[in-house]
Design a protein around this ligand. Structure first.
Ligand code: NAD
Length: 277
């Protein structure tokens, strides 16, 4: 992806879980668009370093920060490090997530809890910290009369949801419940934060080619079955999602608030009904 438009120059973005997949594509794209990028990882430092090098080789800037998004003190330390490095935050892409699949009958409390902790509580912790930072920045600017009284948002939050915030998913109830929870988390905080000029939206990808679903796209039979669910007849790429995330973080979408943008090649159109029913 080559882009010389520096529309995020001077802005700082945290992308959680950006050492791989969709988060990585977002981090690299924001780097190309001029932002200071905080590449968050929880385990794979080498992969995070590689992402940072890719950002820098494209002329961008950034840092890597280790934090498990489900742990409050680590999330707070990540935000502190961001502010001590760049002085401010403008965008949060709350992307980190995982699956621990099991039939409902066999699902353990540990499998349920782990997915809820990372996918839902992690989003709560990161979005709350971002909102606190945006409000504090705005207050400081007002006290110093530096506020430019712009009509535009002073902070942008994008939550990574999934088509499974509305499509039920047998065998993955912990994941679907976490993503359904993200939808109401997003809408409720959006309602609460809009008066502070903070915009909060979600993106809900369909099938995107990353390690999370490698088992499906690397098997020709399973891939063929998957395409039955996608009217657009191709799997999505992490870059498809990154471009939508960047739009939601930009002033071009300034009047978009509390929305979920499905990036799914039409998966949520119930394609089984195209020639049935
Ligand atoms: P991925 O496995 O490549 O990325 C997930 C990232 O989250 C990894 O970098 C992982 O290290 C990180 N992570 C996991 N637990 C963490 C924790 N406790 N703290 C910090 N980081 C943690 O897969 P992906 O497909 O890029 O997934 C990214 C997001 O997109 C997830 O929220 C996922 O649910 C969502 N999503 C993916 C798809 C898809 O088809 N790939 C579809 C819908 C939604």
């Amino acid at each position: 992806m080559i882009n010389t438009d520096q529309k995020f120059k001077g802005q700082t973005v945290i992308v959680t879980g950006s050492s791989s997949g969709i988060g990585r594509a977002c981090a690299v794209y924001f780097g190309q668009l001029g932002a200071n990028v905080v590449v968050n990882y929880s385990a794979n430092k080498d992969a995070a370093q590689e992402v940072l090098e890719e950002i820098k080789s494209g002329g961008g800037t950034g840092i890597i920060v280790k934090a498990d998004v489900s742990r409050e003190e680590e999330v707070q330390a990540m935000f502190s490090q961001t502010i001590s490095t760049y002085g401010r935050l403008d965008i949060l892409v709350s992307n980190a997530g995982l699956q621990q699949d099991s039939s409902f009958l066999e699902m353990t409390l540990q499998q349920w809890q782990k997915v809820i902790d990372v996918n839902l509580t992690g989003q709560f912790l990161c979005t709350r910290e971002a909102a606190r930072q945006f409000v504090a920045q705005q207050k400081a600017a007002e006290q110093q009369e530096e506020s430019d009284h712009s009509e535009l948002a002073i902070g942008k939050i994008i939550l990574m949801s999934s088509v499974h915030d509305i499509i039920p998913w047998a065998g993955h109830v912990n994941y679907a419940a976490s993503k359904g929870g993200i939808m109401m988390l997003m809408k409720s905080i959006s309602q609460e934060l809009a008066p502070h000029k903070i915009r909060v939206n979600s993106v809900s990808p369909g099938a995107i080619k990353t390690t999370i679903n490698k088992e499906v796209w690397s098997d020709p039979e399973k891939y063929k079955d998957l395409l039955h669910l996608i009217p657009y007849k191709r799997i999505g790429t992490p870059q498809d999602v990154a471009k939508a995330v960047a739009w939601l973080a930009s002033d071009d979408s300034d009047y978009v608030n509390g929305e979920t943008l499905y990036i799914d090649g039409g998966m949520t159109l119930y394609p089984e009904f195209a020639d049935n029913g």
